[in-house]
Design a protein around this ligand. Structure first.
Ligand SMILES: [Zn+2]
Length: 313
């Protein structure tokens, strides 16, 4: 195999073994159904006895900016080295062309590949850590099928950065190799982020981080979706609202605790929690009737596709 590391080619032999990998004791599956809600910046996990709300690959964010800057630099260099390949208005000419690459441009490319390689390795380790935490909580994992396109529409590049699809495959691989399973259901059937287990539907924008309902249910949105996901039936892909209602009294304190831990635990990098946690608000059921809190999820919408592109032009 050839890998480029810090601009130099490294060759290594890859040994592929057949069989089942050794599994560490601590990575064995738990028991029971676990509901998940995976968003571009948060991951909510709810089991019968435990709930967690964490940032989804937040540590990767600074590297994204570096990548974007380098990509722009490369584009400028490519244009400067090959003016004959462009029309006056900046678009690329059609047909066969020769592309010249300067030494500096090659350096930028090597630099870019190095950052991307490190990012991929970092992401893999973050995904692996989160998957290990999740598989401890149960053996059946339920979540809405992530629509990569919908994510991309909403979040542009930060989706590719976090690779939620890759995360789900990793979860599936680990769960299945240990005898568990991952169940994904189509979002059009469930729309968990819009529903309350009392049957009401509340359309929300993504920036609305709280689920509040006249029936008295009040919870952080991602945690509540993950809670509901536990009660989606595999055969019909429908939410079993009766079961959810029954479990709610026991689950509410778990969700509340998970949210409190999420907003009080400072992340390792020392940066603040994403606003998608809804941290600017307090968790109290009393204010449901008045206003359903609407905290702007700045972190989540930091890179809409349009603006990133617009800036590049
Ligand atoms: Zn309700």
């Amino acid at each position: 195999m050839r890998r480029k590391v810090r601009g130099r080619n490294l060759f290594s032999a890859q040994l592929v073994c057949e069989g089942h990998p050794y599994r560490k004791e601590k990575n064995t599956l738990g028991q029971g159904v676990v509901g998940l809600d995976i968003g571009p910046s948060t991951a909510a996990v709810v089991a019968a006895q435990e709930a967690r709300l964490t940032q989804f690959c937040a540590e990767l964010k600074p590297q994204e900016r570096q990548i974007r800057l380098l990509q722009r630099k490369l584009d400028r260099q490519r244009r400067a080295n090959n003016p004959e390949n462009y029309h006056a208005n900046g678009t690329v000419k059609l047909g066969a062309k020769q592309w010249k690459r300067s030494k500096r441009s090659q350096d930028s490319l090597d630099q870019l590949r190095e950052i991307q390689r490190r990012l991929a390795a970092h992401r893999k380790s973050l995904h692996g850590r989160l998957v290990n935490e999740i598989v401890e909580l149960g053996n059946v994992f339920k979540l809405e099928k992530l629509s990569y396109r919908a994510f991309q529409k909403e979040f542009g590049r930060s989706v590719g950065l976090r690779a939620p699809g890759g995360f789900v495959s990793e979860l599936r691989r680990k769960a299945e190799s240990a005898g568990g399973k991952v169940i994904e259901f189509p979002i059009r059937n469930t729309r968990l982020s819009q529903r309350c287990h009392c049957g009401q539907v509340h359309k929300k924008r993504l920036s609305e981080r709280w689920q509040g309902c006249a029936c008295g249910v009040f919870a952080q949105r991602d945690l509540y979706s993950a809670f509901l996901a536990r009660f989606v039936e595999q055969e019909t892909n429908q939410l079993h609202a009766g079961q959810a209602a029954e479990a709610w009294t026991g689950a509410e304190p778990l969700l509340r605790t998970a949210w409190q831990q999420a907003v009080t635990n400072q992340p390792a990098s020392g940066r603040s929690n994403p606003s998608s946690f809804g941290a600017t608000r307090s968790w109290s059921g009393s204010s449901v009737e008045g206003e359903i809190a609407c905290t702007k999820a700045r972190d989540v919408v930091a890179y809409p596709l349009g603006t990133a592109k617009a800036r590049e032009r």
